[in-house]
Write a protein that binds this ligand. Structure first.
Ligand code: ZN
Length: 624
């Protein structure tokens, strides 16, 4: 019955607002977690009780649900372990090299874990609305056959007891990481898999990355009283806990061997924490009233950088809030932990600090992920370029801004992209994050091709429209699960241009861009000059041509791409001449310049360098 009424209302919405049919039918599931965790810091084991109220907002009746048990990946023989043993270029953090740098022999670190060192989550009991359910665990996935289907619009309450063991730190999570942080608790609890318009996303934990259900978390962690925690959510009992979380002036009285830390986080899709008895905890309040927490080891190697980063992190927060959209929660924590850097809800775990510039770069990147993953929650497994690429783009701009270099453009990456193209090992950027033959091809697609997706879009629609697109994308899709199509439609609405070809060619294919200057010759009466351009690559592009004259002036010729049905503002501060559009199927295009050849000094296709033309040698006249 509920299903019928849902479909009917969706149908009515389509009839009345056909323009917005997709968004009016949008739905997403919702979770409310309450967890009580007892952590034994001696043996790295913990016991958990989880109550999960699951709201089925989908139009479908569900007869199964799936949970992620991520810690099970850190066991010999797991999919993560076997994959490490079979990929040509494994993540160096996850292997020991028994050979040399030039002739490496890799050993999976997971394969060497003892039963006391592995990670696990073992389900002790699971009930749906008071009734036991049947379930099975395969690797990192718990498959639950429901006692009663969850109807569209209905809720179910799952009560689970589980035992966990924190693995020796291999990747992201774990105990005693390289910096000596005791507990990096990421992907550490039984987590409901996402069910969305594409169905279930019960991806095994092989490497990368995540997709979670939006919801609220209420988490109590009981742990040895010497441990200091940080992570997702607001601490509810700071006056009892202390360690810098108390109201200034409060006298904290601790009794007993343990503390119970009570965190609440609303409108997030994950919950992370870290703990160490040697953390220093500093905090500050930003201009916009957000409390930023900094937790780092009391270790003289890292203290200077972790202190220096604090005001800079507040500036980064302000940059992202201004250029994408406001930071929507009232706390953010930057915590020493994990490996390298990794983004989580309302916090990040970062290693290092011996070098301030490294720490700054990683912090800028991980904080930007708050927007491109933890507010705009794309499916990272399916579209890694949307979180890593967009994050890399905006963090490059933010870093330059905070460092006082206001005109920096993110160019360094184009060389990596060309390297991937020339390697012959490229897969399309639409490849699932786990399904790459080579890790380096994943990395370049996700971080670099995704970043160029935006910097090159600036070339296509102009800087102002690009930055407006990011803001509208935030406004329209915050706290949702936007897709690639949602982003490109936003860019279309902002710019007035038709852009689906851009998404298709750049992300879903390996097509490349190569335009060139084929010939420059005088017209028959020698009063003007004819420049013949050619399209060599398959990917279409609008074309900017800049001509420098011998009298020191310049002129910008803009050749619109016919399938875009729109142009862009003049990015230069000299004269623009807009020419007829170039239909993609035509391999050549003639530009007539109303000056004799002798008065032309140079001709350049896209002097901005934002178009990722794989062969730059043919973009200039005279040829170089
Ligand atoms: Zn990242």
């Amino acid at each position: 019955m509920k299903k019928l009424s849902f479909s009917l209302s969706c149908l009515l919405a389509i009839i009345s607002f056909s323009l917005y049919a997709q968004s009016s039918c949008y739905w997403q599931q919702h979770v409310d977690y309450t967890m009580e965790i007892k952590m034994d810091v001696e043996n790295y084991q913990y016991k958990g009780e989880q109550t999960l109220v699951y709201s089925n907002n989908s139009p479908d009746a569900l007869d199964k649900v799936f949970y992620h048990l991520y810690f099970n990946a850190f066991q010999p023989g797991s999919e993560m372990d076997i994959r490490l043993q079979n990929i040509a270029d494994p993540d160096s953090r996850m292997v020991n090299n028994l050979g040399t740098k030039d002739n490496p022999i890799y050993e999976s670190r997971i394969s060497k874990l003892t039963p006391e060192e592995i990670g696990y989550i073992k389900i002790k009991s699971l009930k749906q609305d008071g009734t036991n359910v049947t379930y099975k665990v395969t690797g990192t996935i718990l498959e639950v056959t429901l006692a009663e289907p969850i109807l569209p619009g209905a809720k179910a309450t799952f009560k689970m007891k589980f035992d966990g063991q924190v693995p020796v730190q291999i990747r992201r999570s774990g105990r005693n990481n390289a910096d000596g942080v005791a507990l990096s608790m990421t992907q550490w609890y039984p987590k409901m898999a996402e069910y969305d318009f594409e169905g279930w996303h019960a991806d095994p934990y092989i490497a990368r990355e995540f997709h979670g259900v939006w919801g609220n978390f209420d988490v109590k962690i009981t742990i040895d009283k010497d441990y200091i925690l940080g992570g997702t959510g607001n601490l509810q009992n700071g006056d009892k806990i202390g360690y810098g979380y108390e109201t200034p002036g409060t006298k904290v009285k601790r009794r007993g061997k343990t503390n119970t830390w009570h965190f609440v986080a609303n409108q997030v899709h994950d919950f992370t924490w870290a703990a160490d008895p040697e953390y220093i905890h500093n905090s500050l309040k930003t201009k916009n009233g957000i409390t930023m927490h900094f937790l780092f080891k009391d270790d003289k190697k890292v203290k200077a950088a972790w202190t220096q980063i604090q005001p800079k992190a507040a500036e980064l927060m302000e940059y992202y809030s201004t250029h994408i959209g406001p930071y929507p929660w009232d706390q953010y924590s930057i915590i020493q932990g994990g490996d390298g850097g990794m983004e989580y809800a309302q916090c990040t775990l970062i290693t290092g600090g011996e070098d301030y510039n490294d720490l700054f770069g990683t912090t800028a990147h991980e904080m930007a992920h708050t927007w491109f993953q933890h507010i705009l929650a794309t499916n990272e497994s399916e579209h890694p370029w949307m979180d890593e690429g967009f994050t890399s783009f905006i963090s490059a701009l933010a870093s330059a801004y905070v460092k006082g270099n206001k005109n920096a453009k993110p160019f360094g990456s184009y060389r990596s992209y060309y390297y991937l193209v020339n390697s012959g090992k490229a897969q399309t950027a639409a490849t699932h994050g786990d399904r790459y033959e080579y890790n380096f091809a994943y990395s370049i697609n996700a971080y670099v091709k995704g970043k160029i997706f935006l910097s090159q879009l600036e070339y296509v629609i102009g800087e102002e429209k690009l930055m407006e697109t990011l803001k509208k994308y935030y406004d329209d899709f915050k706290f949702k699960h936007p897709t690639p199509n949602d982003f490109i439609r936003t860019a279309e609405k902002v710019s007035g241009a038709q852009l689906h070809w851009y998404l298709t060619d750049w992300i879903e294919t390996n097509n490349t861009i190569d335009y060139g200057i084929k010939e420059v010759k005088a017209s028959e009466d020698t009063t003007s000059t004819v420049v013949t351009l050619e399209r060599i690559g398959l990917m279409p592009m609008p074309i900017d041509v800049v001509v420098e004259y011998t009298d020191g002036t310049s002129e910008y010729f803009y050749i619109p791409l016919r399938m875009m049905r729109a142009g862009k503002a003049n990015p230069y501060d000299f004269k623009k001449t807009e020419l007829a559009d170039w239909p993609w199927a035509f391999p050549t295009y003639d530009v007539t310049i109303n000056k004799p050849m002798a008065e032309i000094k140079t001709i350049t296709i896209d002097p901005s360098g934002l178009m990722a033309d794989i062969k730059l040698a043919n973009n200039k006249y005279p040829a170089q």
